[in-house]
Design a protein around this ligand. Sequence first.
Ligand code: NAG
Ligand code: NAG
Length: 369
Amino acid sequence: MEKCWSHVFLLLTIFFFPQLLPQSHSSSDYRRHPPRPLIFTPHDLSKADPQQVHISLVGRDHMRVSWITEDKSVRSMVEYGKRPGRYNAAATGENTSYHYFFYSSGKIHHVKIGPLDPGTTYYYRCGGLGPEFSFKTPPSTFPIEFAVVGDLGQTEWTASTLAHVNQTDYDVFLLPGDLSYADTQQPLWDSFGRLVEPYASRRPWMVTEGNHEIEIFPIIYPHGFKAYNERWPMPYEESGSTSNLYYSFDVVGTHIVMLGSYADFDAQSAQYKWLQADLAKVDRKVTPWLVVLLHAPWYNTNTAHQGEGESMRKAMEEMLYKARVDVVYAGHVHAYERFTRVYDNKADPCGPVYVTIGDGGNREGLALS
Ligand SMILES: *[C@@H]1O[C@H](CO)[C@@H](O)[C@H](O)[C@H]1NC(C)=O
Ligand SMILES: *[C@@H]1O[C@H](CO)[C@@H](O)[C@H](O)[C@H]1NC(C)=O
């Protein structure tokens, strides 16, 4: 099928360091910017007020609204409508919470709302009180615009990245892993949720996990992903997956597969079997674009994290190749790089384009080589 790049403004990959472009500087005089300080974002409203509000796509025409309250009596209820202050619909959902050593989370609310009209602004309120938020649903036809940012963290660079992204009227935010860099310090998950709220409450944020989401502690938390799974549930059941660590969804002519670099991926694994079934169902007449996101890149010329994606590449690359995936986005390496179409380490016009986009602004700074 002949596809035209102009149909879809695929992807605002974020160069927030334009100096990285090789033509603007020779390698000898380019100095990478150092990391910037962490921003801790406090909650300055009441305990019942919603905080860390973020939304994600569920199915064709629903949205999940997620938020947290310190007050446990607040109801998991979202009121919404197409005019500010006029809520002619409401939905109730679920609540959860978790403990991690001495930390206990607030009440985490997840409410699915819809059906919603495409390309429409909705105004909403969480738990029956607090400020009004609004979001825009994706359109029903091309063009659609995605923003893709990996390894976000919560530093001054993160704030700069998000402010840049927000300058365009993109439709869906895609994050291939490494969200908060809380690294077991749970209050930093809350701080991250507050930092991203102004953006993640107005456009759907679709994420997959990175190594900073793992948070395994031997014997006590052997499976990991506790904070991630409770706070950032994605529509995995809707795509036949049994794990929040990998799933897929469709949005405007695009089938997006979110793989899990930190879930089993060998030929006997649940993820492998799920991916096989998922790719077999793709109808390129309905979704001519096929995009994959995962955390640890399969192709990487940096010394940072060299070879870490290799076993997953060996296990799954042929499946993506045969399915004629268009683009694979990865994070993990704190750099930007883009490969030509490639399969099995050789340029191949039928292989996907691989893009690493791990320079979102986290506290570890840029890859040095
Ligand atoms: C919170 O969830 C529990 C089940 O997990 C349910 O019994 C309870 O009614 C929910 N509370 C609210 C306020 O939604
Ligand atoms: C993001 O952009 C929108 C539209 O221009 C604007 O209304 C909003 O205030 C911006 N958000 C932030 C946090 O800057």
